[in-house]
Design a protein around this ligand. Structure first.
Ligand code: FES
Length: 228
């Protein structure tokens, strides 16, 4: 179980890709797929925004894009977290596929170091331009999805809620395979209350049961089979 903390952070670097480095207490650092809710006073983002782990950094971590446009170096957002369920890479996984369906694989990036530690082979599937991956990571375009899914023994995906419907078509015949393998999916949605006010903005419809799932607390990483 992860305990939730509150505190403040400070932006120390903003990168060209829209990611940023934040200094914060170590107990606030989310694991890959988890998030912090961040809110800066006098911000152009009136509601808190989810901030996802991208990479390790001294005194804090680097978070995935986008960084709110009004945040600059020195901005001190209030932070709450870590929140939600992140990815859980099985210790037995040796063929890891990280699939960024409609964005850069920044929110998946934290799994690269974990998979390397257990000597797994890693393939990133993405059509985005990628330049910050270790050399041992193979990169494949989205049209190789079917082949990569046949090969993998663990699949981690990242998708916007609006594109969930398209994913099924993209998987084609591999739909079944992805359901059978260990497959997890991060569903990106606005998560303004982080479960505190039950606002329902982050609702995702599950496949089997008919009760709505809240990405902010039941996710944002789900077992793929549960929501496909
Ligand atoms: S963000 Fe409000 S219920 Fe999920």
């Amino acid at each position: 179980m992860t305990f939730m903390h509150t505190g403040s952070g400070q932006i120390t670097q903003i990168y060209l890709d829209g990611s940023a480095r934040i200094d914060c207490p170590p107990n606030l650092i989310p694991s890959p797929g988890q998030y912090l809710l961040a809110h800066a006073d006098a911000s152009d983002a009136p509601l808190p925004v989810p901030v996802f782990f991208y990479d390790s950094a001294p005194k804090g971590f680097r978070f995935a894009p986008p960084c709110p446009s009004s945040w600059t170096i020195g901005t001190k957002p209030n932070l709450r977290g870590p929140l939600g369920h992140g990815y859980s890479l099985p210790s037995t996984a040796r063929k890891v596929a990280l699939i960024a369906v409609d964005d850069v694989p920044a929110r998946l990036h934290g799994l690269v170091a974990l998979a390397m530690k257990q000597e797994a082979e890693i393939v990133v599937v993405s059509d985005a331009e990628l330049n910050e991956l270790p050399e041992v990571v193979e990169v494949q375009p989205l049209h190789a999805l079917e082949e990569v899914c046949k090969w993998a023994d663990y699949i981690a995906m990242d998708i916007d809620r609006e594109n969930l419907g398209q994913l099924k078509k993209m998987f084609g015949k591999q739909e079944q395979a992805a359901a059978v393998q260990e497959a997890q999916i991060l569903v990106r949605v606005p998560m303004p209350c982080g479960g505190v006010a039950d606002c329902g903005v982050c609702a995702v419809i599950p496949s089997v049961r008919h009760d709505w799932k809240m990405a902010c607390k039941h996710g944002p990483v789900f077992v793929y089979h549960d929501i496909k």
